[in-house]
Design a protein around this ligand. Structure first.
Ligand code: ADP
Ligand code: MG
Length: 480
């Protein structure tokens, strides 16, 4: 061996982590470096001079030479480097190698050869796999969290948007990621305010916002009240974005609202009962005396008219007190099994003269069979009376009053629809408030009473309306 060759061999031996093998065009091994021998457990004379596939194979896979897929052959025929991953089992452990084959053109002495370099990448692969698993696990955590999670970069571009967020806001991830700016998920101006709070010290420390009550804007402009926590994300001390976690609190808000409403009602109710009691007797006296005076005295027409008005107005006040009484006294329902359809017929029959007079056409649509279930017939009669009266009052020049009864699972749906003047959107949320009325002589108690009754039957009542088109009152009653 010449000095030069020895030097080259020494150099190749010093590359400790690369196991090097050189074969000629017959696939005969002409050289291996010492790290190769040490790593795979061969002595040099055992393999040098042997055909590559005769070497008791260090790798686990069957030799692909026979199938014409030998990377050595490929390297030789194409004259281009080839890379492949090989594995072997060693003491029960699976080891992975990256194998690179380089063509070596030496036309002069020995003809074309291939240099194979093997590198153990087992640890690298394990790390990669671990990272991948961890990444998948974390992604899954984010995905399935019931809290909404949204992360955005410094410009506000949304990068992460999980299932929770989709449930709360209604957008699908593909409508949001890379498409919307996070500021578009807030009502105008709010995003900037929130950002200021995150930077400030006062909401859980600088760079953090904890359990802050705010609103987000979802699909179709719906506003969702949420509890929001957020924090800045740093990478190498550089601020790269913000992640926000939020929880829908609309149900909670509704409950709070309702509690407050009930409390208010209870107070109003007590006061009303007291006032009603104080007023009722003098009112009856006033009305009675007016009637007496009107009958006895020979009054001129003007005074007659005044007495008439006194009577009418006292009657109206008495009716108001009766309404008020039924409102403050909506007691626990006395439920008995009955036929709801019969109740509707009763009320319709009672109001028949008014329907006729106002040219309102009444119709009832019902399924072939409505189950008998328990309810307080007096109270439900009152509900239909209130709703029919409202419908009539909304159709002074005639129209249609349609009642539709449907059974949906264990619920009964009762829809009272009119073709009247409708309700402008801005007052729709006031309708059930006691004393809310748009009528000169209204009490504003009809719907408040109806809702109380329906809720005492574990149901709910909602109203949909369109101005000049009509109104639909939808009652849902569970039939236990
Ligand atoms: P009142 O009838 O005494 O005004 P209600 O509680 O029955 O009180 O109704 C409250 C208000 O709701 C009414 O004043 C009216 O503005 C509106 N409303 C209720 N039902 C209808 C309806 N069918 N069509 C139009 N407006 C309605
Ligand atoms: Mg009414």
């Amino acid at each position: 061996m010449s000095e030069g060759t020895r030097l080259i061999c020494r150099i190749l031996d010093s590359i400790r982590d690369d196991y090097i093998l050189v074969v000629n065009q017959e696939r005969r091994i002409v050289y291996v470096n010492t790290p190769f021998l040490e790593h795979f457990g061969y002595r040099r004379e055992e393999i040098v001079g042997k055909l590559c596939h005769e070497m008791s194979r260090p790798f686990h896979e069957p030799c692909t030479a026979a199938q014409g897929q030998c990377p050595l052959d490929k390297t030789l025929s194409l004259g281009k480097p080839q890379t492949t991953i090989l594995t072997r089992i060693w003491h029960g452990q699976r080891l992975s190698y990256e194998a690179m084959f380089y063509p070596l053109q030496d036309e002069g002495l020995v003809g074309p050869m291939v240099v194979g370099v093997f590198r153990d990448i087992t640890t690298k692969r394990q790390l990669e796999q671990e990272l991948r698993h961890r990444h998948e696990f974390e992604s899954r955590l984010i995905r399935i969290s019931i809290d909404g999670i949204i992360a955005n970069d410094r410009q506000g571009n949304i990068l992460i948007y999980n299932e929770g967020a989709q449930k709360i806001l209604g957008y699908r991830p593909d409508e949001v990621i890379g498409k919307l700016n996070v500021a578009q998920l807030y009502p105008p101006g709010l995003a900037r305010e929130i950002k200021k709070k995150i930077y400030s010290e006062d909401y859980g420390g600088p760079g953090k916002l904890e359990n802050f009550e705010t609103v987000l804007k979802g699909k179709d402009e719906i506003l969702v009240p949420v509890w929001l926590s957020a924090c800045l994300i740093y990478e190498d001390d550089q601020e790269v974005g913000v992640v926000g976690f939020f929880r829908d609190i609309s149900e909670r808000k509704r409950m709070e609202e309702k509690l407050l409403q009930n409390e208010r009602l209870a107070t109003v109710g007590k006061m009303a009962a007291h006032i009603g009691h104080e007023i009722k007797n003098p009112l009856m006296l006033i009305g009675g005396f007016a009637r007496q005076v009107q009958r006895s005295a020979s009054l001129d027409e003007k005074d007659q008219r005044k007495l008439q008005i006194i009577q009418e107005e006292t009657e109206r006040l008495e009716r108001f007190l009766t309404d008020l009484g039924s409102f403050t006294r909506v007691s626990a329902p006395h439920k008995k099994p009955g036929e709801i359809i019969a109740i509707i017929h009763d009320v319709a029959e009672m109001m028949e003269p008014s329907f006729k007079e106002q040219e309102v056409e009444f119709s009832l649509q019902q399924p072939s069979e409505v189950p008998i279930f328990s309810f307080d017939s007096g109270q439900l009669r009152q509900v239909f009376l209130n709703l029919f009266k409202n419908a009539l009052e909304a159709m002074p020049t005639g129209g249609e009053l349609r009642v539709q009864v449907e059974t949906v699972d264990h619920d009964l749906h009762l829809i009272v629809a009119d073709t009247g003047q409708g309700i402008p959107p801005q007052v729709q949320k006031e309708l059930f408030n006691p004393f809310f009325t748009t009528k000169d002589k209204g009490t504003g108690l009809g719907l408040a009473i109806s809702r109380q009754i329906i809720e005492q039957h574990q149901g709910d009542i909602t109203i949909e309306s369109e101005v000049r088109r009509g109104t639909r009152c939808i009652i849902r009653l569970p039939m236990e």
